[in-house]
Design a protein around this ligand. Structure first.
Ligand SMILES: NC(=O)C1=CN([C@@H]2O[C@H](COP(=O)(O)OP(=O)(O)OC[C@H]3O[C@@H](n4cnc5c(N)ncnc54)[C@H](OP(=O)(O)O)[C@@H]3O)[C@@H](O)[C@H]2O)C=CC1
Ligand SMILES: O=C(O)CCC(=O)C(=O)O
Length: 481
């Protein structure tokens, strides 16, 4: 059994979580210990005890540990990608790609340990100086979702460690495999006991302990909007008022204008809407298409969708793996029913598929004749379901793109510099892409959204320091009379 990592020790439990492959429910990837409430308490205590030494450690130590972890993650990318694809269901190519991304982000953050710097000003008191420094924040609770089982934990954990923080990490229950491997890699790389603690268990028990514990200084969370809101309330209700970073849902638009290159637009729409089974917060679930290209785009997309192979995540011919679990499949099918009932046209797909192995297979669904007020155009489904909305011109497209409570990513396909520039400036989203899919982000650049999608400072790149460090302003005078 794979235990939890608490204060440098692997701790077993009688309560076991069997990690099931969504491509083949008879395949059990492994048994993972479910942490108890007292395990979570011990993990927080261990992190608190480890904090003084780790927060004052020399940057070279933090760099070297992270660099070793990045190297092992990269060397084992195929094995880790396979575990990832088995437990989450994205294709093997996507799984290996995500393992590489994790290695790259850890390597970037190793450099951040050395680059962290401050500023110096002349003070207003004659002869005085003021120094602005960044100090580690303390104990960070990291709560991650199932859809990026190694990259999201890696970019949160590596940043927290680089800037000198200690961690209690609770991964999503559906994907303990990658979380355990990442914790084991960092442990082997030489982290002192207590600096990183892994507590696998449910959100409602272990997650809730982290968000309410007075010794946890901050929470970094990625997941759904309702859970994000719940966590936000818990973070501010205790005596310490935790810092928080919440990355939540999206209903991301991809605008396609008449002047777009059709091949580019189809690639962006299919990749951004359906790859990774549409299970990305950055997925383009709304295609907003001007009249002149609408029918050609829908036709070309449909031809492309007919050629996509939905199947076992590990099979080399598969383009789209299964949905992550029965519950998410039920949600996707429910929304497909809602779309039909609302009067949208189910133009292609949307059927549950049988495959040689028992899994959660769903044919990608493309809806046309969708109106902006329909639920399928407003609510995050988190599956391979894309709505096409027809508009008359760019102005209407922009208006519709922004007409959502979310604001994570937004894309436009156009060959017009005028419209591309206007969209970059006026799209109400944290990430804007021109002639690129709305999903798929660079690990060295800041990531986050606006409106209901995100709360708190950005993740990734050197901007991550804004969450994981606290700014101190020190005033100094010479001290002589
Ligand atoms: N924007 C994004 O990146 C993502 C969005 N989602 C959206 O969320 C929906 C449901 O997915 P799901 O994984 O259940 O997302 P959740 O938001 O429920 O879970 C995300 C993480 O939060 C934990 N959690 C759940 N409840 C609490 C709580 N009360 N306190 C602290 N932590 C908690 C979960 O633990 P546990 O695993 O035990 O539930 C998990 O680790 C999807 O259909 C999708 O719409 C999901 C994943 C990513
Ligand atoms: O699009 C990406 O590369 C990242 C998406 C993401 O972080 C998410 O879906 O949670």
């Amino acid at each position: 059994m794979h235990g939890n990592l608490i204060d440098g020790q692997w701790v077993q439990s009688k309560d076991v979580n069997s990690n099931i492959n969504p491509s083949d429910t008879s395949d059990i990837i492994g048994e993972y210990a479910r942490a108890s409430a007292s395990d979570a308490e011990h993990a927080v205590e261990a992190a608190r005890t480890a904090f003084p030494a780790w927060s004052h450690s020399v940057p070279q130590l933090r760099h070297d540990i992270l660099a070793r972890a990045a190297a092992e993650t990269y060397e084992r990318r195929e094995e880790l990608g396979r575990i990832l694809s088995r437990e989450e269901g994205k294709t093997l190519a996507e799984g290996i790609g995500e393992a590489v991304r994790a290695a790259q982000v850890i390597s970037f953050m190793a450099g951040e340990a050395l680059r962290i710097a401050g500023e110096r000003f002349d003070g207003l008191v004659p002869g005085s100086v003021a120094e602005i420094t960044r100090e580690p924040l303390g104990v960070i609770g990291i709560i991650s979702p199932w859809n990026f089982p190694i990259a999201i934990p890696a970019w949160k954990i590596a940043a927290a460690l680089a800037y000198g923080n200690c961690i209690v990490f609770k991964p999503a229950e559906l994907v303990p495999g990658c979380a355990w491997e990442l914790a084991a890699i960092l442990h082997r790389a030489g982290l002192p006991a207590g600096v990183l603690n892994l507590v696998m268990g449910s959100g409602s028990t272990i997650g809730a302990i982290l968000t309410s514990h007075p010794e946890v200084d901050a929470i970094s969370f990625t997941g759904s909007v309702p859970t994000g809101r719940h966590i936000a309330a818990a973070c501010v209700s205790g005596p310490t008022m935790k810092r928080m970073q919440l990355e939540m849902g999206g209903k991301n638009p991809l605008v396609v204008l008449d002047d777009a290159n059709l091949d580019v637009a189809v690639e962006c729409a299919v990749n951004g809407g359906f790859y990774s089974t549409g299970q990305k917060c950055t997925a383009s679930s709304r295609l907003i298409v001007t009249d002149g290209i609408h029918d050609r785009l829908v036709h070309a997309m449909t031809e492309r969708l007919k050629r996509l192979c939905v199947g076992h995540a590990l099979a080399p011919e598969t383009h789209i793996g299964p949905v992550v679990d029965e519950r998410q499949l039920a949600t996707d099918l429910e929304y497909i029913g809602i779309g039909r009932a609302e009067g949208a046209t189910l133009h292609w797909g949307g059927e549950r598929l049988e495959r040689p192995t028992k899994g959660f297979y769903l044919q990608p669904a493309l809806f046309t004749n969708v109106k902006p007020e329909m639920r399928i155009a407003r609510e995050e489904i988190f599956g391979p379901v894309v709505s096409v909305l027809r508009v008359k011109d760019y102005a209407q497209a922009l208006d519709m793109a922004n007409g959502t409570e979310f604001g994570l990513s937004a894309g436009i396909c156009t060959t017009s510099l005028k419209y591309a520039s206007h969209f970059k400036r006026n799209a109400q989203a944290g990430i804007v892409k021109v002639n690129q899919p709305t999903s798929g982000l660079d690990y060295h650049l800041p990531f986050g959204g606006r409106k209901g999608s995100s709360y708190g400072p950005r993740e990734q790149g050197h901007y991550a320091a804004d969450f994981y460090t606290i700014i101190k302003t020190a005033y100094t005078s010479a001290g002589d009379a």
